[in-house]
Structures are given as structure tokens and as C-alpha cells.
Design a protein around this ligand. Structure first.
Ligand code: NAD
Length: 290
């Protein structure tokens, strides 16, 4: 397949490399990042999109996606598919899909979970919004870049799934960290707490797979001085998207809102930027009630 790939950063670079390694003809474009091995360097986003069967974007936010889409859609051939894998707001995903449809082009919102490790290993999970036809076209590429692609519904449904998942993740990580900090003060050993909770009704991915306490449970960023992993500022971005979406449809999300406030203070005022999102544990552990 002929593929245009726009946004070759931490995630897009290895994803594009995996497609090229699998034998696809990939032309890449990024304002700053270099093209990975096997990916031909295009002069512009529109150049990368010209003649492509599928154009994949992996960009920082919805405003940049809208700009890039406005440039690439006119360059794409009728019947091609624009597949955005970035995490962006639901409204931008739907606006870009409408613009593509007006030009006779298919569109998918297909954000991922699995992080930089999953992008490199080709084990991402894709949550996808858009038509059955567009999904069927891109499915073979999802199978190269990832281990699972779930077709969640119409345009925007992929981004909706992503932000709902990450709102749960942000809230459960925050409460797992505060529970460890409470256990410390109650004189409960962290390892015993893990033994109990990881096999009791308080268990979660945050506790069992990505335990925020160093030296306990499987290896996680806590065992590497809280180097990300999944940076606190990326969690804040996703939590803010969840609250923006909740606002737009008048949904009551008090726990998501509180998790957003916690991560905003942590990232913006309390030294959390550049640390893993599980570094809320040492942060809580040094505090009393306020
Ligand atoms: P990144 O900053 O490493 O990569 C983004 C790339 O886009 C950069 O190389 C930048 O130069 C390029 N870019 C910006 N504007 C551009 C333009 N107009 N034209 C062409 N290129 C442009 O970010 P990343 O970590 O690769 O994340 C990409 C997306 O994936 C984000 O939406 C992020 O939320 C999401 N995501 C990231 C992770 C993660 O762990 N890093 C996990 C899941 C989802």
C-alpha cells in the first residue's frame, strides 16, 4: 500500500518504521523529527499525501491536526483514507472527518494506547471511529502497528473511548497513590498492602501492572526513579480532553474533574513535569491533609 505518514515523533516514527519494514511504500513528513529508516522523506505534508491510499497522522493536538488536514485533504485522491492516530478532542476528530467526507475521502479517528514501547514493538491498541469501509481499508495497517483494533462506532467514537479510558486511568492512579500514602501513615507495610489489594476488590491496572510504589509488584517507572513511562503532562492533556468533552455534552464527571485538578497542580506548580504520572505517590507521601 502507498502510505503518507505525517508526524514522526516519539510515536509516529516507530509506527512509520514498522509499516515500511512490513513492505509498504511509506512517505513521511515532520516539521522537526527525522524520517526513520525505510521511510522516504517528503517535502511537505501535502507531498506525503499525494497519491497515497492511506494518510496517517500522529500529531500533538487537535489544532495542529485541523491545520494539517486542511493541507492534505485537497492533495488526497478520492476514495483514499485519512487515519488520525493522535489523541485529540472529539470535536476536532469529527470536524476533520466531515471535511474529508465533503472531499470524497474516508476518515478514521484511531487513537492508541500502549505508549512508545508499544509503538516500537508493534503492539499498540487502536480505538477507532469511522465507517466500516474506511476501517476495513486500514485494518491491515493496524495489524502491523498493533495487536488489537476495536471499531468503536462512528467518527469521534475512537477519541471518546480513549478519553474515557484515560479518565479512569488518571483517577485510579491518583487514588492508588493516595492509598499507599495513607497506608504509610497507618503503619501498614507497602508490600503487604500490595499483596492484599492486588487480589482484592481494590485491584486495578494502576495497582497490579503499573504499581506506583518502588520495589513492589512488576517492574514499572516507580522502579526507575519515576522516569516516564507515561509522563504526567500527557496524562494532564488527556484528562483535560475528558473534561472538555464532558463540558460539551453536559456530563457530570466529578472524579475526573478532581483528577484533572490534581494533575494540573502537580505538572504546573509542583515539579511533576517530565516525571511519570505515577510520581503522585512520593508527592502525596510527603504531605499532610490540607
Ligand atoms: P511527539 O511530540 O514526539 O511527536 C509529534 C510530532 O509532530 C513531532 O515530531 C512534531 O515535530 C510533529 N509536528 C507538529 N506539528 C506538525 C506539522 N504541522 N506538520 C508535521 N509534523 C508536525 O509526540 P508523541 O509522543 O509522538 O505523541 C503523538 C500523539 O500521540 C499525541 O497526540 C499524544 O497524545 C498521543 N499519544 C502519545 C503517547 C506517548 O506515550 N507518547 C501514548 C498514546 C498517545
Amino acid at each position: 500500500m502507498k502510505i503518507g505518514f505525517i508526524g514522526l515523533g516519539n510515536m509516529g516514527g516507530p509506527m512509520a518504521a514498522n509499516l515500511a519494514r512490513a513492505g509498504h511504500d511509506v512517505a513521511g513528513f515532520d516539521l522537526a523529527a527525522p524520517c526513520p529508516d525505510g521511510v522516504a522523506s517528503a517535502a511537505s505534508a501535502a507531498d506525503a499525501a499525494t497519491g497515497a491510499d492511506v494518510v496517517i497522522t500522529m500529531l500533538p493536538n487537535g489544532a495542529i491536526l485541523r491545520d494539517v488536514a486542511a493541507n492534505v485533504i485537497p492533495a488526497m485522491r478520492t476514495g483514499a483514507v485519512l487515519c488520525d492516530c493522535s489523541t485529540v478532542d472529539v470535536d476536532s476528530a469529527r470536524a476533520v472527518a466531515q471535511q474529508a467526507a465533503d472531499a470524497g475521502i474516508g476518515a478514521l479517528d484511531a487513537p492508541v494506547s500502549g505508549g512508545v514501547g508499544g509503538a516500537a514493538a508493534g503492539t499498540l491498541t487502536f480505538m477507532v471511529g469511522g465507517s466500516d469501509d474506511a476501517f476495513a481499508t486500514v485494518q491491515p495497517l493496524f495489524a502491523i502497528m498493533g495487536q488489537k483494533a476495536v471499531h468503536c462506532g462512528a467518527s469521534g467514537a475512537g477519541q471518546a473511548a480513549k478519553i474515557c479510558n484515560n479518565m479512569i486511568l488518571g483517577a485510579t492512579m491518583a487514588v492508588t497513590c493516595e492509598a499507599f500514602a495513607l497506608a504509610d501513615k497507618l503503619g501498614l507495610d507497602r508490600a503487604r498492602m500490595f499483596d492484599v489489594v492486588s487480589t482484592s476488590s481494590g485491584y486495578s491496572w494502576s495497582m497490579n501492572v503499573y504499581c506506583p510504589a518502588p520495589g513492589i509488584g512488576p517492574q514499572s517507572p516507580a522502579d526507575n526513579d519515576y522516569k516516564p513511562g507515561f509522563a504526567a503532562e500527557l496524562m494532564l492533556k488527556d484528562l483535560r480532553l475528558s473534561q472538555q468533552a464532558a463540558e460539551s455534552v453536559d456530563a457530570h464527571t466529578p472524579i475526573g474533574a478532581r483528577a484533572t485538578e490534581l494533575y494540573a497542580s502537580f505538572v504546573e506548580d509542583e515539579g511533576g513535569k517530565g516525571r511519570d504520572f505515577s510520581a503522585l505517590l512520593p508527592h502525596f507521601a510527603t504531605r499532610g491533609r490540607v
